[in-house]
Design a protein around this ligand. Structure first.
Ligand code: UDP
Length: 160
């Protein structure tokens, strides 16, 4: 069959990607969505959202001891973000590659941060760093009813 083989759990790998407030204000939403679409990943969830402080703290709880944590929470809550769930084989690691290094000055040209940002505290985008965190973050940012299970007609042209 040409239909994509889902994971044993019944779905493809998923990652949580978010255009941060600077990316929204700078009009980079379309460009960023475009890069994931063109790569061949499947959009399963998408919304614009003003993040409350408690959610920002929960999302970044692993970093709460870091000196930049208060600034990070302020940054993420400083304006609306665009929340996305992307699906596809190896999407967690691949999204991290498309995004580039945390510090945009160290990010390779061709990556989102490498092409579109200069400061670590204004690095325009988030992507989950593991499959487990992808699931955790999608659960934090999306309700079940906001996630769309669909099979694009294009799938057999993208996945064997
Ligand atoms: N960050 C920061 N200063 C630092 C390191 C990180 O402001 O020295 C911010 C930055 O926005 C980064 C986020 O904290 O994207 C989360 O840090 P992490 O190390 O998890 O990087 P990421 O996974 O986003 O590349």
């Amino acid at each position: 069959s040409v239909v994509a083989q889902p994971r044993a759990e019944g779905g493809l790998e998923q990652t949580y990607v978010m255009v941060k407030p600077d990316g929204v204000q700078r009009g980079l939403v379309g460009e960023i969505i475009s890069r994931f679409e063109k790569k061949g990943f499947r959009l399963a969830g998408l919304k614009m959202f003003q993040c409350p402080e408690d959610l920002a703290k929960k999302h970044y709880e692993e970093l709460q001891e870091k000196p930049f944590f208060p600034k990070l929470v302020k940054y993420i809550t400083s304006g609306p973000v665009v929340c996305m769930a992307w699906e596809g084989p190896g999407v967690v690691a691949s999204a991290r590659k498309l995004i580039g290094s945390t510090n945009p000055l160290q990010a390779e040209p061709g990556t989102i941060r490498g092409d579109l940002a200069v400061a670590v505290g204004r690095n325009v985008i988030h992507g989950s760093d593991s499959v487990a965190n992808g699931e955790r973050e999608i659960g934090l940012w999306f309700g079940e009813a906001e996630l769309c299970k669909w099979q694009p007609e294009l799938t057999p042209w993208l996945l064997e």
